[in-house]
Design a binder for this molecule. Structure first.
Ligand SMILES: Cc1cc2nc3c(=O)[nH]c(=O)nc-3n(C[C@H](O)[C@H](O)[C@H](O)COP(=O)(O)OP(=O)(O)OC[C@H]3O[C@@H](n4cnc5c(N)ncnc54)[C@H](O)[C@@H]3O)c2cc1C
Length: 471
């Protein structure tokens, strides 16, 4: 192993090699402190060829490789195990925007590009790259693709998989698959890119991608509405899609508890309503024409919904600054949870029509299980994806509460699965949910996944211990 490491060090040079504990510390710490790990070194190659060379050497010496992008993932997928024998491979130096083709509506980027930088490059050319999530200032596109990230615009534009036309991947044996096509139609055998998207680094290292662009919205209208009740959210969604002529790009459900977390803890958050309501939706219409048609459509929707009793109140942003204030509440809801003690998180999806039923059923069940538990269920209703987060009872010991993580996972995930849902809609599996894979995936699905893993990574060097449960 040491001689292989020596050769890797020579290959990537001093700029691409970290092994001092202080230099590796940020790669080994994770914001929520949920996952710990040790690494033999952090390797930061400067090119795809170097990534492939590192993998070839690791493969020959059976050294485990943990790809790590922006390290914002929620499931421990980018954290090595505790043996100290694995290396972290960071694509951070592969950070070039290689090409933007305005006619093809495509952008070709290296995997270490920060998501916000790709959005900015697209916007400069009057184009939109619509993948957008709270961590966009630090997550990398390689990590987004490896986790098939979602975010706030999925309903309109799709998740990372649907935004990807081509990929380049360094494989475990050191080969490079150049699939950097920008073609929109290409039916020539198995779609290999879809294997690597969402594989969380267990099949290879994504080194570059060709992504889809869209016209940059010239009119964006944002509103916060107070719902009649939880059930009104799906009814309003149906009305909204029609009223907006399908120009709806975000539809985010927020409970009062979450709004209160934002108001109590996050500077700059302000309740736009005089009264408190139980449920809110933040919704955005966006379109490529600047002519104001969307504002009129949104005003009409709000008036009709109020008359029909679907909503109790609404505020329509009059400026970009006001729209940002409304989004601040949605983001503050996420940040605010950490000031309320332990939070056990779930990232489930169910068919859109069953979102209210899920929230009520799972909410009643966890409250019966632990009186005083505080349910903060919010998220992307339009995708049926709810972050069903549980804040501890205020007086309870935090460690004791967090010790119940697995217990509450079982309860919540089982309810989602019984509703034909998914136990992980956005954040993936990492090392956090491998037990759920064993429990909820069929024997056939697991057999197929293991066969793919064995074909692409026969020595099991790629992100060992992640995604697939031990057999
Ligand atoms: C505030 C906040 C909000 C978030 N909101 C959302 C949201 O709305 N939707 C959502 O989907 N997620 C969300 N996330 C989770 C996270 O940001 C995403 O999962 C993101 O896509 C991870 O990107 P990353 O670069 O940080 O990857 P990392 O965390 O570094 O890695 C994630 C996984 O991908 C693998 N990986 C990383 N780079 C590569 C590569 N180049 N090739 C192969 N494998 C690789 C890693 O091994 C690991 O398994 C949020 C996180 C935070 C902190």
């Amino acid at each position: 192993m040491e001689s292989a490491l020596e050769r890797i060090r020579n290959l990537v040079g001093a700029r691409g090699w970290l092994e001092a504990p202080a230099a590796m510390a940020t790669y080994l710490s994770e914001t929520r402190g949920l996952f710990q790990g040790r690494a033999r070194a952090v390797v930061i190659p400067a090119s795809t060829a170097e990534v492939a060379g590192v993998l070839r050497l690791c493969n020959e010496s059976r050294i485990g490789v943990v790809p790590q992008g922006g390290h914002t993932g929620r499931c421990g997928g980018a954290m090595p195990d505790s043996t100290g024998t694995q290396i972290i491979l960071s694509p951070a130096r592969l950070n070039r925007i290689c090409a933007l083709n305005p006619l093809d509506y495509t952008i070709t980027v290296e995997a270490g590009c920060i998501l916000a930088d790709i959005q900015a490059a697209a916007a400069q050319s009057g184009r939109l790259f619509p993948l957008s999530l709270g961590a966009e200032g630090s997550c990398q596109i390689g990590g987004n693709l490896a986790t098939n990230a979602g975010g706030v615009n999925v309903m309109r534009y799709g998740n990372a998989r649907e935004l990807t036309l081509g990929l380049e991947v360094a494989l475990a044996d050191g080969a490079i698959w150049d699939g950097l096509t920008g073609l929109r139609k290409n039916n020539t055998g198995y779609d290999l890119k879809d294997l690597f998207i969402g594989a969380e680094g267990t099949l290879g290292v994504i080194t570059a991608a060709v992504l889809k662009l869209f016209p940059l919205p010239r009119e964006v209208q944002t509103a916060l509405v107070a719902l009649r009740d939880l059930e009104a959210c799906t009814e309003l969604l149906v009305q909204t899609r029609v009223a907006s002529n399908d120009a709806l790009s975000s539809f985010e459900l927020m409970p009062r508890l979450g709004l209160q977390f934002a108001l109590d803890h996050i500077p700059g958050c302000r309740d736009p309503f005089e009264r408190r309501y139980d449920w809110y939706v933040l919704l955005v219409f966006s379109g490529a024409r600047p002519d104001g048609g969307l504002r009129a459509a949104l005003e009409a929707l709000l008036a009709d919904s109020w008359q029909a009793g679907l909503i109790q109140d609404a505020v329509l942003a009059a400026s970009e600054a006001q729209a940002r204030e409304l989004w601040r509440l949605r983001e503050g809801l996420v940040e605010g949870q950490r000031f309320e003690g332990g939070s056990i998180k779930h990232d489930i999806s169910v068919p859109v029509s069953r979102v209210p039923e899920f929230i009520r059923t799972a909410g009643d069940r966890v409250r019966r299980e632990l009186p005083g538990i505080r349910v903060c269920a919010f998220g992307h209703v339009g995708d049926g994806n709810i972050h069903f987060n549980l804040s501890q009872p205020p007086e309870m010991d935090q460690e004791r509460f967090l010790g119940l993580w697995r217990h509450f996972n079982d309860i919540v995930h089982t309810i989602a699965m019984e509703m034909q849902g998914s136990f992980s809609a956005e954040h993936g599996i990492g090392r956090l949910k491998t037990a759920e894979m064993a429990r909820y995936k069929s024997a056939t699905e697991l057999r197929l996944m293991r066969a793919i893993k064995a074909a692409l990574d026969p020595n099991g060097i790629m992100n060992p211990g992640k995604v697939l449960p031990e057999s």
